[in-house]
Design a protein. Structure first.
Length: 381
C-alpha cells in the first residue's frame, strides 16, 4: 500500500466487475471442480489465504485425489498434490453450486452484486473511463472494468475481437446421474480419467455428494453443434445416450451403471476449446476464462480463475499505479495459464491415443507409477 499521506491510485474510483466469476453458476451446476495444490494450479493455497479452505473441504465430495485409469479402471497413476501444512487435504472435488454458495457467503458486505444484469457491450472512452451498456437497458460508466464473464466473453468479443477461442480437437458427451444410494467404486475414493486405447477418453467424478458426472470424448477435425443440458428433445437424448454406450464399450464398470442412472435432462454435447492468453491494457482487465479459457482437459480453469481474482486484487492494492498492477498481474497469470493449456493439449493427445501411441503412453505411466510408488515407499520406510 502507498504511504498514508499519499492517496492510493484507485481511491474514490468506480470499479465494475462483469461476471460474478466462478461463483455465478446458473445452469452450470451439473459438475464438480477439482481444486488442486500442485503447481501451476494452487487454487487450494489461494482458498487457504482467503480463509475459506476448511469450509470448502467440509463441503467437498468423496475422494481426495485424481487417478488416471486404464480402460478396465485399474489404476495407471494416482496424482496427489503435495501435502499442505495444517490441512487434511491438498486437493478437493467440490460441486460448483457448493463453491458458489461458500464464495457468496463470504463476499464482503461493502460489495454489491447485481444479479440478472449482464454487461451487453463496453466502450473505452478517450478520458480513460469505460462506458457500459447493461441488459436491463441502462448505461453506466466506470474507471476500471474487470471482465470475468467466462470463455465466451461478450466483452472480449466487443473490445478485443482478435482474441478468439480455438477448437482443441475433442468433442465431449457429458451427463450426470440421479442421486445414487452409494457411489460405485472407484468413485467412493477417487475421481479421474480412463484411457480407452480405442480413441476414447472417459472422465468420471462425483458431481456432488450423491450424484456422479461422466464425460466421454473423441478426437475430430470438425466442431459438432453444441447442445447444452436441457436443450435436446427426448429422441435426441436417446440417440446421444446410445452413442455414448457405443463410444464407451471398451470400458468396464462403473460407466455402465453411470449411463444407466443418467439424469436425462443433464445430457450435453460440447466442443473442447481454449484461448491463447493475452496481455491486458488500458482500464479494462480480463481475468479467468475471459483471458485464458482452457478446456476441461486442463482440470485447471477454476484454479486459475480463483488465483487470478486473488492476485489481481493483490497487485491493485500494492502497486504504485494501474499500469504496473496490470503488468505484474499479467506476468503472473500468463505463464501459468499457458502451462496449464499446454498440459491440456498433451492430456488430450494421451487420453485419446490408440495403437502404438497408446501402448507407449500406458507403458510410460506404469513405469512412472511403479517408480514413484517404490521411491515414496523407500522414503517412508
Ligand atoms: C465439464 C467441465 C469440467 C471442468 N472441471 C474443472 C476442474 O475440475 N477444475 C478446474 O479448475 N476447472 C474445471 N473446469 C473449468 C472451469 O469451470 C472454468 O475454467 C471456470 O469456471 C472459469 O471461471 P470464470 O469465473 O473465468 O468463468 P465462468 O465460471 O464461466 O463464470 C463467468 C460468469 O460470468 C457471467 N457472465 C457471462 N457473461 C456475462 C456478462 N456479459 N455480464 C455479466 N456477467 C456475465 C456468467 O453468468 C458466468 O457464470 C471445467 C469446465 C467444464 C466445462
Amino acid at each position: 500500500m502507498n504511504s498514508n499521506d499519499e492517496q492510493h491510485f484507485l481511491s474514490g474510483k468506480r470499479i465494475v466487475i462483469a461476471g460474478a466469476g466462478i461463483g455465478d453458476a446458473i445452469g452450470r451446476e451439473g459438475y464438480s471442480l477439482s481444486l488442486r495444490g500442485d503447481p501451476p494450479s494452487e487454487g487450494i493455497q489461494t482458498l487457504q489465504k482467503l480463509g475459506i479452505l476448511q469450509e470448502m473441504i467440509d463441503e467437498s465430495n468423496p475422494g481426495s485425489y485424481f487417478t488416471l485409469f486404464n480402460y478396465d479402471f485399474s489404476s495407471l497413476m494416482e496424482m496427489r498434490s503435495p501435502p499442505i501444512e495444517g490441512l487434511s487435504q491438498s486437493s478437493i472435488g467440490i460441486s460448483r453450486s457448493k463453491l458458489r454458495e461458500i464464495l457468496l457467503k463470504n463476499v464482503h458486505s461493502s460489495i454489491s452484486i447485481n444479479w440478472n444484469c449482464a454487461v451487453t457491450s463496453a466502450d473505452e472512452l478517450d478520458n480513460g473511463q469505460v462506458s457500459i451498456n447493461l441488459s436491463n437497458g441502462s448505461k453506466d460508466q466506470c474507471d476500471l472494468l474487470i471482465v470475468a464473464d467466462g470463455s465466451n466473453s461478450i466483452i472480449r468479443k466487443c473490445l478485443r475481437p482478435e482474441h478468439v477461442l480455438n477448437f482443441a480437437g475433442a468433442v465431449c458427451i457429458t451427463a450426470r446421474t440421479h442421486a445414487l444410494d452409494q457411489f460405485p467404486a472407484p468413485l467412493d475414493k477417487t475421481w479421474g480419467g480412463a484411457i480407452g486405447g480405442d480413441g476414447h477418453f472417459l472422465f468420471v467424478a462425483p458431481s456432488d455428494r450423491t450424484s456422479a458426472f461422466w464425460s466421454v470424448s473423441y478426437l475430430t477435425d470438425k466442431l459438432r453443434p453444441a447442445k447444452p443440458a436441457g436443450t435436446m428433445m427426448e429422441q435426441e437424448i436417446d440417440e446421444v445416450l446410445d452413442e455414448a454406450k457405443q463410444r464407451t464399450k471398451v470400458f468396464t464398470e462403473p460407466i455402465g451403471t453411470l449411463i444407466k442412472e443418467t439424469l436425462r435432462s443433464s445430457v450435453a454435447i460440447f466442443n473442447a476449446k481454449d484461448l491463447v492468453p493475452f496481455r491486458n491494457h488500458g482500464s479494462v482487465i480480463f481475468i479467468g476464462d475471459a483471458q485464458h479459457a482452457m478446456s476441461p482437459f486442463a482440470g485447471n480453469g477454476a484454479n486459475m480463475s480463483i488465483m487470478d481474482g486473488y492476485q489481481l486484487a493483490d497487485q491493485l492494492v500494492h502497486s504504485k499505479d494501474l499500469n504496473t498492477a496490470i503488468r505484474s498481474y499479467d506476468d503472473l497469470t500468463i505463464p501459468r495459464s499457458t502451462t496449464a493449456i499446454n498440459i491440456s493439449h498433451r492430456s488430450i493427445a494421451m487420453g485419446h491415443s490408440q495403437g502404438i501411441w497408446n501402448y507407449m503412453y500406458v507403458g510410460i505411466l506404469k513405469v512412472m507409477s511403479w517408480y514413484f510408488g517404490y521411491t515414496s515407499k523407500k522414503i517412508h520406510n
